[in-house]
Design a protein around this ligand. Structure first.
Ligand code: BGC
Length: 755
């Protein structure tokens, strides 16, 4: 195949080659008829197929074909289920094949830095490990159908405010550990055919022109071998972008940037080989699709059933006191809130699917359970309607239980702009409070793409988080509420008490031109845990109608080298009365103190399905990367020798078991002594310890007890010693009469002892 692509490129004119590097229209690449190159179509993504047949636009303004809207990424992430994501990918791939779409534009795996990002509903998590694993699974599924995926938006597109021009100012360690890591995992594990670069700048450089990102890291380090396409309109300087590794510009540029490329080649500013390479990559992917096989049709109705099942697997039971849920066959249940009839199940913008149907909770429950409905508020707005509210409260008071279907109106979260606050509409908060005041069995069901403040959380016994759960949201909610299904999702993000508690709060969304990522690696639970700060609901939290016990956590070795894997196992037992699924999380805690690090980080998860009384073993395999941090000075991932905690949890704040292992780093950072090496650090080097103790004894002998009481109180010998050991070697010159030559000699001797 490689050879024939090369031959094809060689047959193309300069203009044809330059033309291949931008779209033919809004959704198609260009074809070259005389050479048999088809004009392949790409479409959004990521949780359904948004294929526009008429006039194209990227913000969902014009209609697309009727398709299935699956749960959005904020929901699928809560499933912690890679199998489910792979299935989602597979069915989306099949829909693409059947509709003649060669690349699906997704998944979107940017990190949720702030709950306010308008597009969080399309993203998976605040945790890079989780986001990377889930994205990889979805990509594998899509590509199993002979259709390309396009993980996006690479990288650090964590807000909508000024998304085309703003520069994310990120230190190199944070960039690698938090913002690039999900892409790294997805690229390495799933080998996507394409990657979509983001709109924004990073540290002042337009991502679409960043050779470091698009070539050195993406291809050089991670082995990406497809083509990089721009987000729609992300191209600033086309020739610069091409040199940096941006192969395809989308959408069409009206020919103007094609002409710029051709002129640059002719004028010797752009080596033709660079253009040939980009064209070769694009053609290679075109033919992966064109020569591939896959489903020719799909069954909308069957995919709808799958959408329902997925929504069920993603919902998170946040609270359930006094066994309010499941409702069972309780006499009469009030369904309150317009979302019961019109569920909000997706967000606005380029991912908006023309769903061929949507099942509401009201539709799913009516006739099967004794339910009554009161609108309570309008789903689209903020304004309270006293009459609607009174009617709903009255209905709730007269029933055996009330379910308030609450959520964010469409206009509150959407691609293209961020939220200005984290609240639900005031009318909904008030209605929930008033219903809870008259009805002790009040359940709140939430439809939102990102955390909301829950000021009434202590006043209601149960909360079910549906997220934006796709077109099956309503039926899934009913099945979960009435106990036909058992909730099994867990939060892929922290619910802070208030937006002000979020670590990015002081620096989100920045000053317009730049946004400083000053919280560094302390994003989400990495921050809240370090600060031991209270949160509303912790990362990884989610309840079930049954209960699980954890036991027997162990590693296959207690002392391990960092170049060998460690297998960690524990038993999980369903101790309740009904079948259920438990998401078991494995966190690693670095106890070496070698670097400033989070208290713990997620490094593994499994979802186990257990019958009542059944026990299964959860197994995780950790490798060097599970313990490592990114060291910008070395330009590589590194870990320290010492103790690490392995924590098995039902959530980040519900750690059930803990063991420790001793890790030996096989590639320690070489320690080099210089005039600024501190005594404390020198003493910590085993090869120097004896020598240093003798030196300190000689140069800093214990001071004789001070004569006056006041002097004794000012500094004790112990205080003096601690102060001395903070000092660097050069203090021998300042305070102990060493000459420069003597100091240099000592440093040389110490370095020799280390070798
Ligand atoms: C979005 C992408 C999307 C593209 C095409 C852009 O505005 O950022 O996620 O794939 O449009 O619709």
């Amino acid at each position: 195949m490689k050879r024939s692509i090369e031959r094809l490129v060689a047959q193309m004119t300069l203009e044809e080659k330059a033309g291949m590097c931008s779209g033919g229209d809004f959704w198609h690449l260009k074809g070259v008829e005389r050479l048999g190159i088809p004009a392949v179509m790409v479409s959004d993504g990521p949780h359904g197929l948004r294929k526009q047949e008429q006039e194209g636009d990227h913000l969902g303004v014009n209609d697309s074909i009727r398709a299935v809207c699956f749960p959005t990424a904020c929901a699928t992430a809560a499933s912690f289920d890679t199998g489910l994501l792979e299935t989602l990918g597979r069915v989306l791939g099949a829909e693409c094949r059947a509709q003649g779409v060669g690349v699906l534009l997704g998944p979107a795996l940017n990190i949720k830095r702030s709950p306010l990002c308008g597009r969080n509903f399309e993203y998976f998590s605040e945790d890079p490990y989780l986001a990377g694993q889930l994205a990889a699974a979805q990509i594998k599924g899509i590509q199993s159908q002979g259709v390309g995926a396009s993980p996006k938006h690479f990288a650090a597109n964590n807000q909508e405010y000024h998304r085309l021009t703003c520069s994310a100012q990120i230190d190199p360690r944070t960039l690698r550990e938090i913002y690039l890591a999900p892409f790294e995992a997805a690229v390495k594990a799933a080998r996507p055919w394409t990657v979509m670069c983001s709109y924004n700048k990073i540290n002042g450089e337009q991502v679409s022109e960043s050779k470091a990102l698009l070539t050195d890291i993406l291809r050089g380090e991670w082995g990406f071998d497809g083509y990089v396409m721009s987000d729609w309109g992300a191209v600033n300087d086309r020739v610069k972008g091409l040199c940096a590794g941006l192969d395809l510009e989308m959408p069409a540029s009206g020919g103007s940037t094609d002409r710029q490329i051709a002129a640059a080649v002719r004028e010797g500013r752009l080596p033709e080989a660079v253009l040939d390479r980009a064209v070769g990559r694009i053609l290679d992917v075109i033919f992966r699709y064109a020569d591939g096989q896959g489903a020719a049709e799909f069954d909308l109705q069957a995919h709808h059933e799958l959408a329902v099942r997925m929504a069920r697997e993603c919902a998170v039971l946040l609270k359930n006191e006094g066994g309010v849920l499941p409702l069972g066959q309780r006499t009469r249940v009030a369904f309150v809130g317009e979302f019961a009839q019109k569920p909000r199940f997706q967000g606005g913008g380029s991912s908006h699917i023309n769903a061929f149907r949507a099942e509401s909770a009201w539709e799913a429950a009516r006739g099967r359970y004794e339910v009554q409905y009161a609108r309570g508020f309008s789903a689209g707005g903020d304004e309270a309607d006293e009459a609607l509210m009174r009617e709903a409260v009255e209905l709730a008071a007269g029933c055996g239980a009330a379910v308030v279907f609450a959520g964010l109106p469409d206009s509150f979260e959407c691609e293209g702009y961020d939220r200005s606050h984290m609240r639900l509409p005031g009318c909904q908060n008030e209605l929930i409070r008033r219903v809870a005041a008259v009805q002790p069995n009040t359940v709140v069901v939430l439809h939102n793409g990102s955390p909301v403040e829950l000021p009434w959380a202590d006043e209601v016994p149960a909360i079910l988080e549906l997220y934006l759960a796709g077109q099956g949201a309503g039926r899934a909610a009913v099945e979960l509420l009435f106990g036909e299904a058992n909730p099994c999702g867990k939060l892929a993000e922290t619910f802070p008490l208030r937006v002000q508690d979020n670590p990015s709060y002081l620096n989100f969304p920045g000053n317009g031109d730049t946004v400083e990522y000053r919280e560094g690696v302390f994003v989400g639970y990495r921050y809240y845990d370090k600060k031991e700060a209270p949160v509303r609901f912790a990362f990884g939290h989610g309840l079930s109608y049954t209960s699980f016990a954890y036991s027997g956590l162990r590693a296959d070795k207690t002392a391990v080298r960092d170049d060998e894997p460690v297998t960690v196992r524990l038993e999980v037992t369903n101790t309740g009365a009904r079948a259920g699924k438990e998401i078991v999380q494995l966190y690693v805690a670095d106890c070496t103190g070698a670097e400033v690090r989070p208290e713990k980080e997620l490094k593994g998860f499994v979802k186990l399905e257990l019958e009542p009384g059944e026990t299964k073993t959860a197994e995780f395999v950790l490798d060097r990367r599970s313990f490592a941090w990114y060291d910008p000075q070395r330009g590589s991932w590194t870990c320290a020798s010492g103790r690490y905690g392995l924590l098995a949890g039902a959530s980040s704040r519900d750690i059930r078991q803990r063991v420790e292992i001793e890790l030996t780093c096989t590639d320690p950072k070489p320690y080099v002594v210089d005039a600024n090496s501190r005594y404390d650090d020198l003493l910590a080097q085993p090869a120097l310890r004896e020598f240093m103790l003798r030196l300190l004894e000689k140069e800093y002998p214990p001071a004789p007890p001070a004569e006056s009481g006041a002097a004794r109180a000012a500094i004790t010998p112990e205080m003096q010693q601690r102060m001395d050991r903070e000092a660097p070697l050069r203090s021998l010159r300042s305070f102990k009469g060493y000459t420069q030559e003597q100091l240099d000699g000592l440093i040389a001797r110490l370095n020799a002892m280390l070798r």
